[in-house]
Write a protein that binds this ligand. Structure first.
Ligand code: GTP
Ligand code: MG
Ligand code: NA
Length: 463
């Protein structure tokens, strides 16, 4: 799919920012989709990926040509969406560490917020280049919109009142950024993007500023980061997520940064019980301009070239860890080298998950949300005895609570006789088994609802 013809691969961008600043809505506008409207609680709770082919980029780049000419010499653009909710700092870290360039979205009406500051820290620490989308410009007084137009042009077409409102709000944000030591400049007057962070005014609702945003991304990556995004043979692929995909069993979502991968390739990746060696059964991607995390039709491929977000189905992925590198394992030499690298890396990733003999059971739809749940339980000093990703079976409940089940119902610690279930089905026999054995199951598809339900229960037990 999209074999690069020139010397550059598609740049990888990660979109970061405080909750509800409009990250997913902006992507929806570029994709012409409604992913945001389908999200539980209107918040993003998974890492996502969307591929935009060069053809689409060119259509947008034309709109800024007069004042900001950019050649589209990349085969496409891959954008990683991340959640802004505070629970998911693991996914913001994962996304931002994998990208070439980050887009930090700031709500013009709210300025810098908690996760804006957290994201700025992350970017600074990892020296990740980034640009700022100053979003929700349509909320300025008397805003007159023109769908999907350049925001540079649109800002000039507003009333005096509107311009004054915009000027004062954007000045507040710029001052806040300066106070944190970040110097910014509007992209059309930024002569030195390595010193000044480029700011692009946008609206996710009207699509104004989308041409500007894409132009800045393409220019920044293909001009200033040319060496970083040159096509390389060396295989470089990271596991973003693990989840159960209907019709494919346990699958991993991956980000292929460099190189290529073929169906039937042998791969090796980190697993909770040690390195997993398996064979690619199916290589899948969503259609271009469709979000990978949304259930839909997947295209099967024989080979995929970097960079691309893809889903791999293979035997034995149940124990796979997210956030770690995946390697090709077609020769014994490959396997030996990769095993060493993976063993080193595993210690790092494993520290999230410390299972105890006695504790609650936890199940989630993705490994990323499972990590977020574990971080929360850890902060509340609640031990965990069992974890799983995917629908909850009777077997899961039995394994999770085997030590609790051995005890007399009246003597056991009530706070351990629980399962926390996030965003997955509980199979009927699991539900029945839990009821018969007085195991409480807490269930929610919005992560902070699950926190509240469980915290309330713990309070009750302690009283
Ligand atoms: P999380 O993923 O949960 O962190 O949120 P997000 O940053 O992806 O924001 P989201 O796309 O969910 O948008 C949050 C709300 O803001 C929705 O109600 C959007 O319709 C609204 N919104 C997003 N962008 C704009 C914008 O440019 N203008 C206006 N007026 N509203 C916007
Ligand atoms: Mg979102
Ligand atoms: Na949201």
């Amino acid at each position: 799919l999209y074999k690069p013809v020139g010397e550059l691969r598609s740049p990888i961008c990660c979109i970061l920012g405080h909750v509800d600043t409009g990250k997913t809505t902006l992507l929806d506008k570029i994709r012409n989709t409604n992913v945001q409207e389908g999200e539980a609680g209107g918040i993003t709770q998974q890492i996502g990926a969307t591929f935009f082919p060069a053809k689409k980029l060119k259509e947008e780049l034309i709109k800024t040509q007069q004042f900001y000419p950019v050649d589209c010499n990349v085969p496409g653009l891959l954008i990683i969406d991340t959640p802004g909710h505070e629970s998911f700092s693991n996914l913001r870290t994962r996304g931002s560490s994998l990208c070439d360039l980050a887009i930090l979205v700031i709500d013009l009406m709210h300025g810098l917020e908690n996760q804006t500051l957290e994201s700025l820290e992350l970017l600074k620490m990892r020296k990740t280049p980034f640009i700022i989308a100053l979003n929700k410009i349509d909320r300025c007084v008397e805003w007159k919109n023109k769908k999907n137009a350049s925001s540079y042009h649109q800002l000039q077409n507003q009333t005096k009142n509107c311009k004054m409102d915009y000027e004062s709000k954007r000045q507040q944000v710029i001052t806040q950024l300066a106070e944190k030591g970040f110097n910014v400049a509007f992209f059309w007057e930024n002569e030195d993007p390595k010193t000044y962070i480029s700011v692009v005014p946008t609206s996710g609702v009207t699509g104004e500023g989308i041409p500007d945003l894409l132009s800045v991304i393409v220019k920044y990556t293909s001009v200033f980061m040319k060496n970083k995004i040159k096509v390389k043979e060396q295989f470089n692929c990271t596991v973003l997520e693990k989840k159960v995909t209907e019709g494919h069993g346990t699958t991993i979502d991956c980000l292929l940064v460099d190189g290529q991968i073929k169906k039937d390739d042998k791969i090796i990746l980190a697993g909770f019980q040690g390195p997993i060696i398996t064979k690619v059964r199916a290589l899948l991607t969503p259609h271009p301009m469709k979000e990978m995390r949304v259930k839909g039709e997947y295209i099967h491929h024989d080979v995929i070239y970097a960079s691309m977000g893809l889903k791999i189905s293979a035997v034995g992925l149940e124990e796979a860890m997210a956030g770690s590198q995946m390697y090709l394992a077609n020769t014994q030499d490959d396997i030996d080298k990769a095993t060493d690298l993976i063993n080193n890396e595993m210690e790092e990733v494993k520290k999230y998950i410390k299972l105890q003999n006695q504790g609650v059971g936890v199940a989630a739809s993705t490994l990323g949300s499972l990590e977020a749940l574990l971080q929360y339980l850890n902060s509340q000093e609640i031990p965990v005895s069992y974890v799983s990703v995917g629908p909850v079976s009777k077997d899961d409940v039995m394994k999770a609570l085997k030590n609790v089940l051995l005890e007399d119902v009246n003597r056991r610690k009530k706070e351990y006789a629980c399962m926390l279930v996030f965003d997955v089905k509980i199979l009927p026999d699991a539900q029945k088994f839990a009821e018969e054995n007085q195991i409480k199951i807490f269930e929610a598809n919005i992560i902070y609802h699950l926190f509240t339900k469980f915290t309330d229960f713990i309070k009750q037990v302690k009283e």
